[in-house]
Design a protein around this ligand. Sequence first.
Ligand code: PLP
Ligand code: LYS
Length: 426
Amino acid sequence: MDHFEYRDGVLYGEDVPLPRIADEFGTPCYVYSRATLARHFRAYTEALGSHPHLICYAVKANSNLAVLGLLARMGAGFDIVSVGELERVLAAGGDPARVVFSGVAKQEAEMARALEAGIKCFNVESRPELERLDAVAARLGMVAPVSLRVNPDVDAGTHPYISTGLKDNKFGIPVDGALAAYELAAELPHLKVVGLDCHIGSQLTELSPFLDALDRLLVLLERLRERGIEVEHLDLGGGLGVPYRHEHPPAPFDYATALLERLSRWPGSERLTLLFEPGRSIAANAGVLLTRVEFLKPGETRNFAIVDAGMNDLIRPSLYQAWQAILPVDTRRPRDTATYDVVGPVCETGDFLGKDRDLAIAADDLLAVRSAGAYGFVMASNYNSRPRPPEVMVDGDRVHLVRRRERLEDLWAGEALLPDDEGEAR
Ligand SMILES: Cc1ncc(COP(=O)(O)O)c(C=O)c1O
Ligand SMILES: N[C@@H](CCCC[NH3+])C(=O)O
């Protein structure tokens, strides 16, 4: 259940009819539900109950300040992958002591800023990164808390572009080399080993890859213990899938219960703080992308519904052939049903939001693309010089504009013409 439902034939976000939002803010427009975000976050904390834990929301999924601020107030930590995400978390009132920093290419300045801000942990992804972090911490006269992101080589069974825990992927330290990397970390004077981490991929719909990864991490923890290296926390990353169409991913409760059960066989597990880095499972179904039909264009082989949102606004269908439901917002007016490719204004054949959709629509109707709260706005671009859409949060019957539509002049902010004397003559 989420908070986007039909009432008397009109799609609502919480208690707000979506046509009201289109009238006020125009289309395309992202709409998020505060209640859904909060409910998805609570599903994790309630599932983990009294076991020591920290839910570090993956900022990359949806980094709007209002989303981060809401989760921060609920006690969330954050998983960041850049200094930009760190600054967003801080601007939203997030607690730096609850931030973990993932990513394969952390720059020295990013490390320094995160150290000064006092983050909880760096999730280190390679040996050279350990050395770089030690050097940066030494320069600042600090000690950096580290966890090694281990690549457990399990098949997450997801789209190849969003699988991260295989030997072939760029992420993490291969599990076979992890002991030696931990020994290096323990020797480096400006690092303190605090955790062990993995993240095997995104949109996982089965429990078994998570449990396989946990088993491999527990073997490694045992080896570390034998060498006198104890960690305070175990970070199992994000990756829990959501229902976009026919998928039936485990609920956070079942996921956490299965992991806790497996973990309980490990001596001392009750003292091990569990970290999770969920992004999609918190944000995806808390958002829709509202768009308006510009034209219906019947064709010999296909019918096109041309809408005002394109791949620059929501790239998942084009990039991963992802399927997201597309719903008419107002079903009260009689319409003929036809099968459409729902396409955008961008000059690319790959610019589509959905293919072969049976829809009863007419020009000027509003559509809602569901499950757009994660990896939606954050992946939007200005391709074709299109301003990025606004973001709106509904909260009961209230509507908050949480990011205005970009203005045309925002499109060239920071750009410069060549000085006069360097024109065409050369
Ligand atoms: C290190 C890390 N943590 C967490 C996430 C969040 O993943 P998801 O949105 O699938 O929960 C990702 C993205 O895949 C990631 O790379
Ligand atoms: N952007 C991807 C998920 C990437 C996960 C980040 N490691 C998606 O929309 O499915």
